[in-house]
Write a protein that binds this ligand. Structure first.
Ligand code: TYC
Length: 117
């Protein structure tokens, strides 16, 4: 990413020595911390992936207990899509890859995607 310019404060040469001619001091006016962009990781329903497999995915990759995993799986089953969690970009990308790789290894058509919040 390209750094945003921050306010430039010209040297007013109070001491009259011209020592800073042609130079400037940069002063940070706002706190440096910024909220990260967040991404939802979603599971999509299909007709073939076993319910137990989806529950296992939610426990293994999203740290859900059996009750939460079952609730999310049934939400996806009944509504077509459901949220597994909210993460920063790189974490969300890793979760999607882990789920897609694991589903492919077990020859299930389960789809996992991310979307910006
Ligand atoms: N609909 C699947 C079934 O009836 C279960 C399922 C739930 C599949 C959630 C995918 O993301 C999913 N076996």
């Amino acid at each position: 990413m390209i750094a945003k310019p921050i306010r430039m404060q010209q040297d007013s040469d109070k001491d009259g020595d011209n020592a800073n001619r042609g130079t400037s001091v940069i002063t940070r006016t706002k706190p440096k911390t910024k909220k990260p962009n967040l991404y939802r990781v979603l599971l999509l329903n299909d007709d073939y992936t076993p319910m137990e497999f989806v529950i296992h995915i939610l426990e293994r990759f999203f740290q859900k207990d059996l009750e939460a995993a079952t609730r999310i799986m049934l939400h996806v089953h009944n509504h077509g899509v459901g949220e597994c969690g909210v993460f920063t970009y790189e974490v969300a990308e890793t979760k999607v890859s882990q789920v897609m790789d694991f589903a492919r290894q077990h020859q299930h058509p389960l789809q996992c995607v991310m979307e910006k919040k």
